[in-house]
Ligand binder design. Structure first.
Ligand SMILES: O=C(O)CCC(=O)C(=O)O
Ligand SMILES: [Fe+2]
Length: 141
């Protein structure tokens, strides 16, 4: 896991504050392009690497206070295909979305308050995957 962003885009994750690393040129370029495409601005990106099907991400919502209400998050998938599973908190309705190399998933509106998501482990042989979630952190005043 690593975190890049504008100075001050501090992110608390599992109770620990992370200062962002300065934007890498490639990530800064992706940010500009995804901002133009989505019409939203981002000041940080969280990078996660899944080395194989054994690496996974548990159920959660990206509903931390510093993301504000109704956060808009753009998630770019690179490398191996993995399932992105979302489940409604109330009804339990579950959807599987395969995320392939180059896919851009846009999450906005009430998604984080009504749904949780995860990337389950898989026994199917699969290669490495990198996921980049572009976010806007509201600096604490
Ligand atoms: O790897 C993914 O597609 C999801 C990552 C994710 O949910 C997160 O970084 O909050
Ligand atoms: Fe997430």
């Amino acid at each position: 896991m690593c975190w890049y962003g504008d100075p001050g885009a501090t992110y608390r994750y599992s109770g620990v504050s992370h200062q962002p690393s300065p934007w890498h040129e490639v990530l800064a370029d992706l940010r500009t392009r995804i901002e133009a495409f989505s019409g939203h601005v981002f000041n940080a990106v969280l990078c996660n690497r899944y080395r194989s099907g054994r690496d996974s991400m548990g159920w959660h919502a990206d509903d931390e206070p510093e993301l504000g209400e109704r956060p808009f998050i753009a998630s770019l998938s690179l490398g191996a295909e993995r399932l992105f599973r979302i489940r409604h908190r109330g009804t339990g309705r579950t959807l599987d979305v395969p995320l392939r190399d180059g896919d851009l998933l846009l999450m906005g509106g009430e998604l984080q308050s009504h749904w949780r998501h995860c990337v389950p482990r898989t026994a199917r042989p699969c290669g490495e995957r990198i996921n980049l979630t572009f976010r806007r952190v509201v600096p604490r005043s």
